[in-house]
Design a protein around this ligand. Structure first.
Ligand SMILES: O=C(O)CCC(=O)N[C@@H](CCC(=O)O)C(=O)O
Ligand SMILES: [Zn+2]
Length: 335
């Protein structure tokens, strides 16, 4: 055990607490440098720096919205451990969220319903524990982002089911009247994100909610392929780790120039599964960002056919096993 780990406060072990389904006896703890840790509910911890260090930035870091995506949970655990042991001294307010504790404990994407399809009001049309959790996460993030005159940033960290030709990529939500931020895109490029998908319609994901309703800069970050705990050593998250440490401490990240420049895509079409007859004409091992041949039949659902009309199209998140009514893939094209 590293020396700094030995002094990690109990609330800094939010991931262990959440996986064990335990409520901490002490809900508030102070680190040696005066940072306040406050356990709000299962999987959710607010971090407040001493007033003298506060740089007027509010940063929400979430992972585990899908319970089988462990690398982002390990990254947040490491950052929170650094704060709880005093190795990282926050200058911003932070909200750490592990999204779907029940699914995390089972190691599954979700229990009853995909939590990341229940935001922006969708939970009100649904029932069950994930609908309740989406409601809770919306309320907690709205409270966190309710302070005026502060910068607001949310990264919702995920890993993908499939391998990807571009392993680290971002999905940038859309909201009427707002422009995607160039400064944010440059920051992600420096952090080793290889591509961004710019949405042009409202969404029902967690980042779409904080972007549209909390006026945060908000993105979903895909950080490689989903694997069980302890099997993520091949993912290179070194640049993102440096960026997040710098953001937490309120300093410029010292990052060498990125290996490649950020590729930009837009969603040409979202493919929906509208019945159990849905068929996807792609092999299971086709990676995200694989090119689609123009004119080919991508999917069919009864009489509905999805032909690739677009030039230079690529596929992201193809998944014929999603529940009826949900998206089963995204056709993207260069932006
Ligand atoms: O690999 C997959 O099929 C899904 C990976 C994943 O969970 N992606 C997110 C993206 C959210 C967004 O569009 O912003 C999701 O599907 O919820
Ligand atoms: Zn996910």
């Amino acid at each position: 055990m590293a020396a700094s780990e030995r002094y990690r406060l109990a609330l800094g072990r939010l991931l262990d607490l959440t996986l064990a389904g335990r409520e901490p006896t002490e809900k508030i703890q102070l680190t040696a440098d005066g940072t306040r840790l406050h356990w709000l509910t299962e999987g959710v911890l607010e971090v407040t720096p001493p007033v003298a260090r506060d740089n007027r930035m509010d940063l929400l870091l979430s992972a585990g919205i899908h319970g089988n995506e462990t690398a982002p949970m390990e990254l947040l655990d490491e950052l929170l451990g650094g704060i709880a042991s005093g190795a990282l001294r926050p200058a911003c307010r932070l909200l750490f969220m592990f999204g779907n504790p029940d699914a995390m404990r089972r190691g599954t994407r979700y229990v009853e319903q995909d939590l990341n399809r229940l935001f922006n009001g969708r939970h009100a049309q649904a029932e069950g524990s994930e609908a309740q959790r989406a409601n809770d996460l919306e309320r907690l993030s709205a409270q966190f982002f309710s302070k005026p005159d502060r910068a607001r940033l949310h990264y919702d960290l995920h890993t993908a089911l499939r391998a990807s030709a571009l392993p680290r990529f971002a999905l940038y939500p859309w909201s009427a009247g707002r422009e995607h931020s160039e400064a944010e895109l440059q920051r992600l490029e420096a952090a080793g994100i290889e591509a961004v998908l710019l949405y042009d319609k409202p969404g029902i994901t967690f980042s779409a909610y904080t972007y549209a309703e909390c006026q945060a800069e908000a993105l979903t970050l895909e950080l490689g392929q989903a694997r069980p705990f302890g099997e993520n050593s091949e993912l290179d998250l070194s640049r993102l780790r440096l960026l997040l440490q710098a953001l937490i401490e309120g300093r410029e990240a010292e990052l060498p120039p990125p290996d490649s420049s950020l590729l930009r895509f837009r969603v040409a079409r979202q493919v929906y599964k509208s019945s159990p007859r849905f068929q996807l004409h792609l092999a299971d091992d086709v990676a995200n960002f694989s090119p689609l041949r123009q004119g080919s039949l991508l999917a069919e659902d009864g009489s509905e056919r999805w032909i690739v009309d677009e030039a230079e199209a690529r596929i992201i998140f193809p998944n014929p096993k999603v529940a009826v009514g949900l998206r089963a893939g995204l056709i993207v094209v260069p932006a």
